[in-house]
Design a protein around this ligand. Sequence first.
Ligand SMILES: [Mg+2]
Length: 258
Amino acid sequence: MTKPPFMVFTDLDGTLLDHESYSYAAALPALAQLRARNVPVVLASSKTGPEIHALREELRLSASPAIVENGAGLLLPREAPPGQGEAYQRLRAALDLLDPDLRRCFRGFGDIGPEGVVEDAGLSYEKARMACQRAWSEPGLWEGDADQKRAFLAALADHGITARRGGRYLTLSFGGTKADRMDEAAALFGHPPRIALGDAPNDREMLEHADIGVIIANPHGAPLPELRGERDGAILRSQKSGPAGWNEMMLKLTSRLS
Ligand SMILES: [Mg+2]
């Protein structure tokens, strides 16, 4: 395989996908240019393998890996999404070894099932079903107090499990961030220069880990504070929001870098 001139890592909601309509239509011209230059475009999100897989096919990006479950896992090029993976089963087994009083404080997706996710997150049943097909991490609602939480996290740490807060969920995994997965994905292509795009504070790691970071304007969310790297030009900001901003910035960078 010839080494691509660069590769792209992108957040989805509010970045490649419109905040409200979830459309990527405005980014199609830049995506076509990237495809013509064989530039891998790595989708990176909290979504599960089955969720990302469907979008990756639709965008004709199946030759690129995808970062799933917030960096807890990497879906390889052309790989079909795994079913409930072995790591996920180990996570669930560790939860069931906890003291019942602590166990009760955490209601994971595996406890509430697709019906519970529909109720909690307001997703359609089909989306909730895919969100429950997890391979590497378990999000859930925390319903205990601070002391219980300390004990819960300490007991899970004995099994090598870490927790991260993201939105309303506490997500358990065996570690791995989007930035770690960027290195793994880049290794598949001989480590070309990396561009990362994101719109929110949870993309910061990825933006700072890339050679060029692009903050996509999102008038609906809390703005990202000025990042290290913005002064020396390693991190840029788009004028337009969502996929229109993605398109604008990627067309500019594609002509600059190729
Ligand atoms: Mg986002």
